[in-house]
Design a binder for this molecule. Structure first.
Ligand SMILES: Cc1cc2nc3c(=O)[nH]c(=O)nc-3n(C[C@H](O)[C@H](O)[C@H](O)COP(=O)(O)OP(=O)(O)OC[C@H]3O[C@@H](n4cnc5c(N)ncnc54)[C@H](O)[C@@H]3O)c2cc1C
Length: 323
């Protein structure tokens, strides 16, 4: 049984000071990291609890919404102004996990949760993400849920956060603090494809703490939708999901964002599909042709080839709902 010391951070400064020490991991709601520690997918000699580090504030103003990383998924999903003005955010949050998990799980923890690849989570399996160089059994084994974009020979795992996919379509940004500095990153900049270093899911370093998420107020937010296809209607991760946001002017799509979930180690922007749709009329025909471009650059494995049909269908449905 893994053992670790535990400390509750009294504020953000205290959290990042403690987080800068070797072997320290943050714990927020604990809904993911405790399982990972138990199954020895991650190791930590010390946990710093974030639950008292800062108030779970959510502020909405003319520029956009600033959401504390320490707010729970439920607090954010229930926030009236957020739900009204960024309905896709609420839809993505409510499509994830269960009511019980959402009561505990935080926004920062959701964005930093680890992959659901069985080989990563199974204590007895090799996995390049948890033990670099040990191999990737998913390529030859069970990979129904795995990547069709951006994978490498070392890892085909996907990132599981629904929220990250919605934020990618809404141009969300995160503020990261550590003991030395603060910086702001676009949501897509925090994740990385596996390449030769599948053990690194994100561009964040040891001790980096997400303090808040900012969602700008843009014309895209008003016409948006989140569609998630999964094996059962709740308590299940995406096989393929799509966050679509459209801005329509003079009967034409003036701007569009299409982000896919369940298909890559990061929220995957379907840029060829977006480029196709810009400047066209928002019709069933243009949505179909746009969806077909959603698989540009995809490389399926035998067990997840069905995603090549699913991706265009999910994009089309998300665009129809967003319109
Ligand atoms: C049965 C089940 C089904 C689920 N289904 C879904 C789903 O469909 N969609 C979905 O999106 N999620 C799903 N989840 C995952 C769930 O959303 C995450 O477990 C949860 O959001 C993690 O948040 P937490 O606060 O509990 O994080 P923790 O478990 O406390 O931490 C998770 C990771 O984030 C790090 N961390 C936490 N806060 C911060 C921060 N502020 N800055 C930097 N690092 C931080 C921790 O160090 C740790 O590495 C499911 C979970 C379960 C158990």
């Amino acid at each position: 049984v893994p053992t670790f010391s535990y400390a509750r951070a009294v504020d953000v400064e205290d959290a990042v000071r403690r987080g800068s020490r070797p072997g320290v991991a943050y714990i927020a709601g604990g809904t993911d990291i405790l399982n990972l520690l138990r199954d020895e997918a991650v190791t930590a000699s010390s946990l710093v609890d974030l639950r008292s580090a800062a108030p779970a504030r959510i502020a909405v103003n003319g520029a956009g919404a600033t959401i504390s990383a320490f707010a729970t998924m439920r607090e954010v999903a229930d926030h009236p102004a957020l739900g009204e003005q960024w309905p896709m955010l609420r839809a993505a949050l409510l499509s994830g996990a269960s009511a019980q998990v959402r009561n505990m799980a935080t926004i920062g923890g959701n964005l930093m949760q680890r992959t659901r690849c069985w080989y990563f989570r199974d204590p007895g399996s090799p996995c390049n993400k948890k033990r670099p160089g040990s191999g990737c059994p998913a390529r030859e084994g069970e990979h129904r849920w795995h990547s069709v974009f951006g994978a490498s020979e070392h890892c085909v795992a996907v990132h599981p956060s629904d929220l990250a996919v919605a934020l990618a379509a809404l141009d969300g940004r995160i503020t990261v603090r550590n003991a030395v500095a603060e910086r702001t990153l676009g949501i897509e900049e925090i994740y990385r494809t596996p390449g030769d270093e599948p053990e690194r899911d994100t561009t964040l370093g040891p001790g980096d703490l997400i303090v808040d998420v900012f969602v700008p107020r843009t014309a895209l937010a008003a016409s948006s939708s989140y569609v998630k296809v999964r094996d059962r209607a709740s308590f299940e991760f995406a096989l393929v999901s799509c966050a679509a946001a459209l801005s329509i002017a003079d009967g034409q799509v003036s701007d569009v964002r299409i982000a896919l979930g369940g298909v890559a180690a990061l929220p995957w922007r379907a840029r060829a599909a977006e480029d196709y749709l810009r400047g066209r009329r928002p019709t069933a025909e243009s949505f179909t042709a746009c969806g077909a471009r959603g698989t540009d650059g995809a490389q399926a494995l035998p067990g997840n080839r069905f995603k090549m049909d699913l991706i265009p269908a999910v994009i089309m449905r998300a665009l129809e709902r967003a319109k």
